[in-house]
Design a protein around this ligand. Sequence first.
Ligand code: TPP
Ligand code: MG
Length: 676
Amino acid sequence: MTTGTEQLDELAINTIRTLSMDAVEKAKSGHPGAPMALAPVAYLLYTRVMKHNPANADWFDRDRFVLSAGHASMLLYSSLYLSGYGLELDDLERFRQLGSPLAGHPERGHAAGIEATTGPLGQGIAMAVGLALAERMLAARFNRDGHELIDHRTFTIASDGDVQEGVASEACSLAGHLGLGKLVAFYDNNHIQLAGETSMAFSEDVGKRFEAYGWHVQDLGEDIALSRMELAIAGAAEVSDRPSLIILRTHIGQGSPNKQDTEKAHGSPLGEDEVRLTKEAYGWDPDAQFLVPDEVLAHFKETAGERGARAEAEWNERAEAYRSAHPDLWEELALVIEGRLPGGWDADRPEFRPVDGRVATRKASQKVIQWAASRVPHLVSGSADLEPSTLTFIDDGGSVAKGDYSGRNVHYGVREHGMGAIVNGLCLHGFKAFGSTFFTFSDYMKGAIRLAGLMHLPSIFVFTHDSIGLGEDGPTHQPIEQLAHLRAMPNLYMVRPAGGNETALAWRFAIEQTSTPVAFALSRQGLPVWNPSAVPDDAIHRGAYVLRYSYREGDPDLILIGTGSEVHVCTAAADLLEADGIATRVVSAPCLERFAEQDEEYRDSVLPPHIRARVSVEAAATFGWSAWTTDDGDQVGMTSFGASGTQKDLYEHFGFTPDNVAARGRAVLERLGARA
Ligand SMILES: Cc1ncc(C[n+]2csc(CCOP(=O)(O)OP(=O)(O)O)c2C)c(N)n1
Ligand SMILES: [Mg+2]
C-alpha cells in the first residue's frame, strides 16, 4: 500500500521526469534519458538532503551540488525550477534556445543555483573535489570552538563518461588521499553511454577502483528507493575521513517502453509517440505538457524553500555571534564570501633593480608570491609536483594534508588535469587559487582553463619554463604553440612578463581579476632587469607599452615588439640598429589580449599605424603575430619544435639574437623602401 507521502514523492519525481522530457522534446534536442533515471536522486537531494536556500543561491554555507554529467542538464533545471530558484516555466520551454538561461549544458552564472559549468565529462566531479577541498580548508582556517561556521557537503552526480575520463581519476585519487569526507559522489551506473553499451570499452570495477583511491564505496545495485538512498547518504556522512561514492544501477530513459536501457534515450528527444507512451507508463496525462501539479510545487516550497530559509537564518545568527567573538577572523572570511581583497593590499609591491643582475621571471615571481601571500590571506598555491622548479611554494604557508587542511600549498602530485579542475573548484568557493607546472604541460590543463574562461572565474595558472629558453630538457619540454593556443581562448589573459617588475605587476593584475582567468608564462632563465621607472604601473593592464623610445625625436623607422624573455633581445638589437642610424622603438607586450582591448588612441600611440616596419620577437610559434606586425613586417619566432642544448646555443641556433633581429629589421626596412 502506498502512503500519501509516497504518492507525493512519486508525483514529484515524475514531474522532474516529464518536465525534462517535454523540454527536450520542445527544443528538439537534448538528453532525456539520464534525467528520467536520476530524477529520484535529484528530488531527494533538493527536498530532503541538501542544506540550501533557493531564495539566496549564494548563501555561503550551502551544500554544493555539481551535475558532472552536464548533458543531463534538464535534471538540474527541473530541480532548480521546482525548488524556487527563480526560473519560470517559460524558461524550461525555451531550453537550449538563444538567450535562454537554460543552455544545452549548465552554465555557471546563467541561472541561480548552477554551481559550475559542466558538460566536458570528468570536469564536474573534479571541480567538486576542489569545492570539497575548499570547504575543508575554510573550516580549518575559520571554525573555532563552539563556532562551526563552515560546515557543508559537496554532492555530485557522475555518469559513465565522467568516471571514464582521466581528469576524474586524477582528482578522485587526490580526494581519497586527502580524505575529503564531506564529498559525496553518485555514480550513475547505467551500462549505457553515447555510442552504445559501456561494455564496448569499459569493464573495470569502478567501486573497487574508488576503494583503492581511499573512498568509502556503497553499491546500492538496483535498490534506489528513496529510503535506501537516504540511508546510504547518512552512511556517507558517518564516514568523515573518506569521500563517498554511492553507486546506483539505474536505467537510462526509465519508463520509456521502447527506449529504456538503450543509447537511444541518451542524446535525442524520445519522439512524440514515445513521450506519450512513457507518460502513460508513469500514470501521467499523455496530453499534458510542462505539467506541474500544485501539490508538487507546494511540497518543494515547504521543503527546499522554507527549510532552506530557516537554515540560512539560523546560520546568519551564528555568523553574528562569530563576528562578535572573532572580529578579525570574520573580516578575513568576509573577503572570501564577498570576493574582496584587503584594502590597500598592493601598497608595497616588491621592486627589482638592474643591480639585482639577471633574474628569471619565475624567480621574481617567487618573491612576489611571498609578498602577495602576506597581503592576501586567501591566496593559495599548489603545483603538480614541480614547485621546486616553478618556485610557487608559499614559504610559511604549510602544506595541505589529510586531516590538516590549514596549509596554503596543495601538492597535486603529477596530476595536471586534476589540478586545473581543482583550482577551478577552489576559486568557485572564493579562494584566490593558483596551480603551477611547466608551460608545455598546460596542454594537459586546457579543458580546465577553458572552463575557467567560460565560467568567468578568475583562476590563476602559473606556467614556467616558458620557451626553448629552458634549454637542455629539449623539445618535449619546450613549449612552442602554447602561447598561441591560450591567446586564442576567449576570456583568458595570457601574460608573459619581461622582467622582475613586469612580473610583480602581472601578479597584482591576476589577483585583482574578478571574472577572467590569467595564465602566466615565466622564464626559467635569468633576464636583465630594467629600472622600475621604465615599466609603467599599468604595463599589464594596457597589455603593451613603449619600453624604449628611439634616440631620435619623431617617428621611429622601425618598431621591435617583444614579450617576456625576448624583450631584452629587442633592446640589444635596437642598440645595434640605432648605432647604424635606424631610429628604433622597443615595445614590450606582456598581454596581447589586454592590448587588443585598449582604445584605438592608445594602441596607435604604441604602434602608430603609419609605421609599418615592425618586427615581433618571441621564442614561440608566430601564429597570430601578423595582427601586430602587419603584412609588411616580420616575425622572429619558432617554426619548428625546439632542440636539446644550452639556452645560449638554442637562442643562437633559432635566431633569437640581437644580430639576427637587427638583420631582420633591416631587411624589413629595405623591402619597404624598395616597395615605396
Ligand atoms: C570530454 C567529453 N567527451 C565527450 C563528450 C560527448 N558526450 C556527451 S555524453 C557522452 C557519454 C554518455 O555516456 P554516459 O556518460 O554514461 O551518460 P549517459 O548516456 O548514461 O547519460 C559523451 C561521449 C563530452 N560531453 N565530454
Ligand atoms: Mg551511462
